[in-house]
Design a binder for this molecule. Structure first.
Ligand SMILES: Cc1ncc(COP(=O)(O)O)c(C=O)c1O
Length: 417
C-alpha cells in the first residue's frame, strides 16, 4: 500500500493535471491566478500573524506585512474607486458576515434574494444573515426578466422596516436596479455583494455599485476577479468603514491569512493593466456560448435580453434530464460546471434542480474567444442532445485544451525583469 505521504503527493499531481490541463472549467465562481500571483502566494507570510491594522499591530515582526497590506489598500481604493477598503475578511461569506454584524442587530429585518432567484446562501437565514440573527424577507423576482421586481419590492418594503437590502448574487445575468431601489428606500442601507462580477466591474463592463448608490460592497476576490481566494469590503462611508473594521477585529477575523496579500496586490496591478480587455472578452464569450447553445436547441434563459451581461449563462435543462444528470454527464467528458436552482424551483429542489450555470471567465483567461465558445457548445450538444459517448468527447476535449494552458491578461515574468 502506498504511504500516506505518496498518496498526498499523487492526489495533488492528479488534481493539477486534471483540472488545469485536461478540463474545460465552466464553474462560474472559480478562476486561475496569474503565474506571478501564484509565485508570490508561496511566501513566509503564510506562517505569520499580524492582528490589527498596518503599523498598529498587536504583534512584532510585521514590517513587511504592513507594507504589503498598505499597498493592497492603496491599490484597492484606486481599482474600486472607493475611499475605504479592507482586505481582511478571509472569504466572501465572511465579508458578508462582517457587514451584517456591522450594520444590523439580531432581530433586524433584511431583504435578500432567494437562492433560486440568484441570492447566495450567506444572504439567507441558513447562512451568515441567519447566524447574525437577522430576519430575511425575500425580494420579489421577475422570472422572465431574471431581475428584481422593483414595483413589487416598493409595496413590500412599505409594510416592513428594512435595515439592509442585499443586492448582487450567485446566479447573476443582469445588473441589479441599484438606483431604482435606492430611490424607494427610506432608512435602509444597500449591501452589494460583488463576488461574482467584481472582475467585470473593475473592467468597466458591469454596473459600478458605489457609483449607483450602494452603501457598501462585500465581495470575494477569486471569481471573475482572478485573485487568491479571500474576501474584501469597500465603501465611501467613513462610519460604515469603522463599523466594519470593528466587526472584522475583534469580531470575526483574527489572523487574516497574510499569504493572500502579495497575490492580491499582483492581481490588482494586472487588473489595472489588462482588466478592461479581459472583461470585454468575458462578455463576448458568455454571449457567444449562450447564443450557440440556444441555436443548437438548448433552453438558454433570457434570449429576449441577449442572454446575459455577465460571465454566466443559465440553461434550463429539465428537458435534458435535469441539472444533476446533465452536470454529471458533462463531467464524464471533462466539462466541469454546476447544477443550479432556477427561479421556478422550490428551495428543496437542490438535488436535481432545473438548471445549469456556466461561467466563461476561466476559459477566457486561458485565451479562448468566440470560436472556442462555439466549439464548447458543439461538444456539449453532442454529449447532451445527441447522446454521444463521453469518453470519445473527452479525448477530443483534452486535445483541444492543449492550446489553452497558459494564463492571459497578466504579466509574464520576462516583462517585469
Ligand atoms: C454572491 C456570492 N457571495 C458570496 C459567496 C461566498 O464566497 P466565499 O466562497 O468566498 O465565502 C459566493 C460564493 O460563491 C457568492 O456567489
Amino acid at each position: 500500500m502506498k504511504s500516506e505521504l505518496q498518496r498526498t503527493l499523487d492526489i495533488v499531481a492528479k488534481q493539477n493535471t486534471w483540472r488545469r490541463e485536461e478540463c474545460v472549467n465552466l464553474i462560474a465562481s472559480e478562476n486561475i491566478m496569474s503565474p506571478l500571483a501564484i509565485e508570490v502566494f508561496n511566501s513566509d507570510m503564510m506562517h505569520r500573524y499580524a492582528e490589527g491594522l498596518p503599523c498598529k499591530r498587536y504583534y512584532q515582526g510585521t514590517k513587511y506585512v504592513d507594507e504589503i497590506e498598505t499597498l493592497v489598500t492603496e491599490l484597492g481604493k484606486k481599482l474600486f474607486h472607493c475611499k475605504y477598503f479592507d482586505s481582511r475578511p478571509i472569504s466572501g461569506s465572511v465579508a458578508n458576515l462582517c457587514v451584517f454584524t456591522a450594520l444590523a442587530q439580531p432581530g433586524d429585518q433584511i431583504s435578500n434574494l432567494r437562492v433560486a432567484d440568484g441570492g447566495h446562501i450567506s444572504h439567507s437565514a441558513l447562512g451568515a444573515a441567519g447566524i447574525r440573527g437577522l430576519k430575511t424577507l425575500n425580494m420579489p423576482f421577475d422570472h422572465k426578466e431574471m431581475n428584481i421586481d422593483v414595483e413589487k419590492l416598493k409595496s413590500l418594503i412599505k409594510k416592513k422596516k428594512i435595515k439592509l437590502i442585499v443586492l448582487g448574487g450567485s446566479l447573476y445575468l443582469f445588473p441589479h436596479p441599484i438606483k431604482e431601489i435606492k430611490e424607494i428606500l427610506e432608512d435602509a442601507k444597500i449591501l452589494y455583494d460583488a463576488s461574482h462580477v467584481l472582475g467585470l466591474i473593475t473592467g468597466k463592463r458591469f454596473q459600478d455599485p458605489l457609483a449607483e448608490g450602494a452603501d457598501v460592497v462585500a465581495t470575494s476576490s477569486h471569481k471573475t476577479f482572478p485573485g487568491p481566494q479571500g474576501g474584501m469590503v469597500y465603501t465611501d462611508n467613513e462610519e460604515i468603514s469603522k463599523k466594519v473594521a470593528q466587526a472584522i477585529l475583534p469580531g470575526i477575523v483574527s489572523n487574516h491569512h497574510l499569504y493572500r496579500l502579495p497575490s492580491l496586490a499582483i492581481t490588482m496591478i494586472e487588473t489595472l493593466e489588462f482588466g478592461e480587455k479581459y472583461a470585454d472578452q468575458i462578455q463576448k464569450n458568455s454571449k457567444k456560448l449562450a447564443s450557440s447553445l440556444y441555436e443548437k436547441g438548448f433552453q438558454v434563459l433570457c434570449e429576449h435580453k441577449g442572454f446575459t451581461e455577465s460571465h454566466q449563462v443559465a440553461v434550463d435543462v429539465r428537458g435534458n434530464g435535469g441539472g444533476k444528470k446533465v452536470a454529471e454527464t458533462l463531467e464524464k467528458a471533462n466539462i466541469i460546471c454546476n447544477k443550479n436552482l432556477l427561479p421556478w424551483d422550490k428551495d428543496e429542489d437542490t438535488e436535481n434542480p432545473s438548471g445549469l450555470r456556466l461561467g466563461v471567465q476561466e476559459c477566457t483567461r486561458t485565451g479562448m474567444k468566440e470560436s472556442e465558445m462555439e466549439h464548447i457548445a458543439h461538444l456539449i450538444t453532442r454529449l447532451i442532445i445527441k447522446g454521444e459517448n463521453p469518453d470519445k468527447i473527452k479525448e477530443e476535449l483534452i486535445q483541444f485544451k492543449k492550446d489553452y494552458r497558459e494564463t492571459k491578461y497578466c504579466f509574464t515574468k520576462n516583462r517585469i525583469n
